[in-house]
Design a protein around this ligand. Sequence first.
Ligand SMILES: [Zn+2]
Length: 92
Amino acid sequence: MSRLKLILTCKQVSRTLLEEHYRQLSWHRKLAVRFHLSWCWICGKFNQQVIDMQNGIDQYIDHELEDPVPSNMQLPDDTRERVLKAMRDNQQ
Ligand SMILES: [Zn+2]
């Protein structure tokens, strides 16, 4: 039987949020992350923003699945490819 580990280090919190979405964590892992974020002045603000961003992405995906963008409001294929190429080129 594993022991409930409530005290996490900044590195453990960051690694947890890097590997999994907050929403998918077990209740005891969420509690440990929340507890850490409530007092940590080093990573608390940053990792809270990571959770907020994950939640925003999840909400966007849920919204897109329920109500997808109509095809007449989407970019034409060639334009979409040009934008994607420009974004990829910009990352390098
Ligand atoms: Zn921390």
